[in-house]
Design a protein around this ligand. Structure first.
Ligand SMILES: Nc1ncnc2c1ncn2[C@@H]1O[C@H](COP(=O)(O)OP(=O)(O)OP(=O)(O)O)[C@@H](O)[C@H]1O
Ligand SMILES: [Mg+2]
Length: 453
């Protein structure tokens, strides 16, 4: 019961400084935290059952491997990207597109914009959010967005901006509607890459253009995977100047370490710097992996009636993370690697997961070679495993990787970074590779990818 309550969604998708959502959230939060504090003993040889329950609830609230961050207290790092989002917000005529691999933290960054604005004293700005699905169409997107923005008429009556939209909606109607708003607004449109209709993408690009040209006091923050920038700009070359392009690389080890610190801060559980670095290294720049390992390790400590995470807890966390993986990932792994005969599929897949990549997650066959040596202890030439890489791109064993480029210069990427994360943890849990070998297999020491904006 307590667990369910604590795990309830934090902030609403859209929040307005004028709305009630943040107050409700804040009161809920105070209630939970004050009650948990009463229940937690500061020290003691073994934990009472209710304290354990409370601690588990806090751990589950702090570490959310499958949900974006909604609370700036738990948000780690990303200072450079935050600066650039604020730059777009405070410069009239500028808008932003946040892009990067799946799972690197794009939605989390967009979610904390409101908190950042409140912290910088900008209480009057309203924020609205829309997450696109494949069927998203232009008018529907904007009706839903304008429903979240309120204006106060001269007679003090409040209404939402969607009331101002005509039946058939074009980009100029969006501009005019914004011009009737009485406070600055920020509109976050997430998963723009899922918009299937070209017409909607063109109208969205037109909207960026007209809002920018007319210096409207509204900022669009578009969020999508890496290819969305090209997709959007190809619809309208001239919006390039109006859009600040914010690349989200994978997180550095320092940032991943901060995730562990921030999450544990509310739980009284401690971890040594050495174990924290191990979690960061194993995560390969993917914050969801850090959440997953830190959560299981902290829960393992609580199971032992301890407030301190040990090596044994981390080993258990790795096994738990593999065992509790989504069935779709486990099935895809089995499909990719099964064979009645002795073969190299498992080793090639693990080496691919460990290969050094560029900032968009792509690697070449040559990048797989050093990892193959770490995994198998033998030297392999590229032809010995290039067919395996190709097979992972086909239906027969996947597709688990995507391929681009030309023959001899192919680049590969895990379609789902969660699969990459699983392959590495499974390799560890099955004893195919050690943590020390992982550090030497492909990725560089601090940041797995060069920072690029
Ligand atoms: N700055 C951060 N601090 C702490 N945790 C983070 C941060 N960024 C992301 N996370 C965590 O990483 C995971 C992925 O984050 P998020 O959903 O924001 O990524 P995304 O890039 O939007 O993913 P997708 O491409 O699937 O939409 C979540 O568990 C989230 O809580
Ligand atoms: Mg997202």
């Amino acid at each position: 019961m307590l667990h369910e309550y604590v795990a309830s969604p934090g902030l609403n998708a859209s929040r307005s400084a004028k709305g009630q959502g943040s107050h409700v959230y804040f009161l809920q939060y105070c209630f939970i935290v004050s009650n948990l504090d009463i229940m937690l003993p500061m020290s003691g040889p073994s934990m009472p059952a209710n304290a354990k329950l409370a601690l588990r609830a806090q751990i589950n609230k702090a570490f959310t491997p499958s949900a974006p961050i909604n609370n700036s207290d738990l948000f780690a790092g990303r200072n450079r990207q935050i600066d650039r989002v604020l730059q777009a917000i405070f410069q009239r005529g500028q808008h932003a597109i946040i892009f990067g691999e799946r799972g690197v933290g794009k939605t989390s960054l967009a979610n904390i914009i409101y908190d950042l604005l409140v912290l910088s004293g900008k209480h009057e700005i309203q924020v609205a959010k829309y997450t696109c699905g494949a069927s998203a169409e232009f008018a529907g997107i904007w009706r839903s967005i304008f429903k979240q923005i309120t204006i106060t008429r001269q007679d003090e009556e409040q209404l939402t901006l969607d009331a101002m939209l005509p039946d058939s909606v074009g980009s100029e109607d969006i501009r005019e509607t914004f011009q009737s708003a009485d406070s600055p607004t920020i509109i976050v449109i997430d998963e723009v890459d899922r918009i299937a209709a070209t017409e909607t993408a063109i109208l969205l690009a037109d909207t960026v253009k007209t809002l920018s040209d007319n210096s409207v006091n509204a900022t669009l923050v578009l969020v999508g995977v890496a290819d969305s920038v090209d997709q959007l700009i190809s619809e309208h070359q001239s919006i390039e100047r109006a859009l600040i392009q914010i690349h989200m690389p994978r997180m550095s080890q320092d940032e991943l370490g901060q995730i562990v610190d921030k999450g544990l801060a509310s739980t009284q559980i401690t971890i040594s710097d050495q174990l924290k670095s191990r979690i960061a290294r194993l995560s390969q720049g993917l914050p969801s992996c850090t959440h997953l390992l830190a959560r299981h390790a902290a829960l393992a400590a609580v199971d032992r009636d301890s407030y301190e995470i040990t090596e044994g807890d981390l080993s258990r966390a790795i096994r738990e993370a593999v065992m509790n993986q989504q069935q779709t990932i486990i099935n895809a792994y089995e499909k990719a690697t099964h064979s009645p005969r002795e073969n190299l599929y498992k080793q090639v897949l693990l080496s691919s997961a460990l290969a050094q990549t560029n900032e968009l997650g792509y690697f070449a066959a040559v990048d797989v070679r050093p990892a193959m040596q770490q995994v198998t202890g033998k030297e392999y030439d590229i032809p010995a495993f290039s067919q395996h890489l190709n097979d992972f791109c086909e239906d027969s064993r996947g597709p688990i990787l995507q391929k681009k480029g030309e023959r001899r210069r192919f680049r590969f990427r895990f379609i789902n970074p969660l699969m990459q994360q699983f392959v590495v943890l499974k390799g560890l849990a099955d004893g195919m590779i050690s943590e020390e070998q992982i550090s030497g297999a492909g990725s560089s020491e601090n940041s797995p990818h060069s920072e690029q904006s």
